[in-house]
Ligand binder design. Structure first.
Ligand code: ADP
Length: 274
């Protein structure tokens, strides 16, 4: 069958023909299959956000083609609205978009806009909140009274309530402390495993992504430079360091030790000395 998403020679230029012209995506080819757990990593400015904004049609490529489930999304008459429901994008600091009086209403917002009944909306919201491990006792709390990690779960649930086929998360751990970071990544990994949803995790940190995903896409200056399993990508650690992805070999070691059930600190310097 077809991949869930296929990018063919995708290019994107910001502000073409002006002094601010920026070629932010250069000839990217990429196939993403249903049920994959993918990490997109790269230094700040490498083009990760630009890439993922194409996936739900938020920005339109200046060159190349993009297929969702075999259909060219740039063909005339293609419904971007439907695409946006199927490819759920969770932005950086999504909690800035929480605004309803209570958690449940906030998560209901998307389904309600789709015209679903109150009952169906609540059902979907509860299901989504369970998927992100949000405690039932806080369903009626104000989103503003929650911790950073809880706010983020609510925001992710808001996208899940739309029942997307693909979930795209842009730096979901940004601004969280190490514990909050691990909790949210564990939860995303669990969600991916239990639902077999296609999940795309964007990060500038190799450490965050490598432990969880099946496949890593490495971006550098708008180009895709690696696309492989974490293990095989790590073999290129010299090149990874050159493109600003720190100490992947240490991360690799941590990954190996954890896999053997040996507890290791998330503090890279400690592991390096050990
Ligand atoms: P990342 O998500 O990896 O940090 P981005 O996709 O945000 O990278 O940015 C890729 C490149 O495009 C960077 O050089 C950035 O400065 C540039 N860029 C991003 N957004 C805009 C914009 N709205 N206008 C002009 N240039 C932009």
């Amino acid at each position: 069958g077809d991949p869930v998403l296929r990018l063919k020679n995708l290019n994107y230029i910001y502000n073409p023909g002006t002094a601010y012209e920026k070629h932010a995506m250069k000839g990217v080819d990429l196939d993403i299959w249903q049920g994959e757990f993918i990490g997109i990593i790269g230094h700040t400015g490498s083009g990760k956000s630009t890439l993922i904004q194409h996936l739900d049609g938020l920005i339109r490529a200046t060159g190349g083609e993009l297929f969702f489930q075999g259909e060219n999304i740039y063909q005339e008459g293609y419904s971007m609205k439907t695409l946006r429901q199927q490819v759920g994008l969770v932005f950086q600091y999504p909690e800035h978009q929480l605004f309803e009086a209570d958690v449940l209403s906030d998560v209901c917002f998307g389904p309600k806009n789709q015209g679903l009944s109150d009952e169906e909306c609540r059902q979907r919201a509860k299901e989504a909140l369970q998927m992100v491990g949000f405690p039932e006792t806080l369903y009626n709390a104000s989103p503003f009274d929650l911790s950073g990690g809880q706010k983020r779960r609510v925001a992710i649930a808001g996208v899940l309530a739309m029942r997307p086929k693909v979930l795209v998360l842009d730096e979901p751990t940004a601004g969280l402390d190490p514990k909050g970071r691990d909790d949210i990544l564990d939860q995303i990994a669990l969600l991916q495993k239990t639902t077999h949803m296609t999940v795309i995790l964007v990060s500038h940190s190799m450490e965050d992504v490598a432990r969880y995903v099946d496949r890593i896409i490495v971006m550098n200056r708008g180009e895709k430079i690696f696309d492989d399993t974490p293990k095989r990508v790590f073999r290129h650690y010299k090149r990874l360091e050159e493109v600003g992805l720190a100490a992947p070999e240490v991360t690799y070691l941590m990954h190996e030790l954890r896999a053997q059930g040996i507890p290791v600190s998330t503090d890279i310097t400690l592991v390096e000395e050990a």
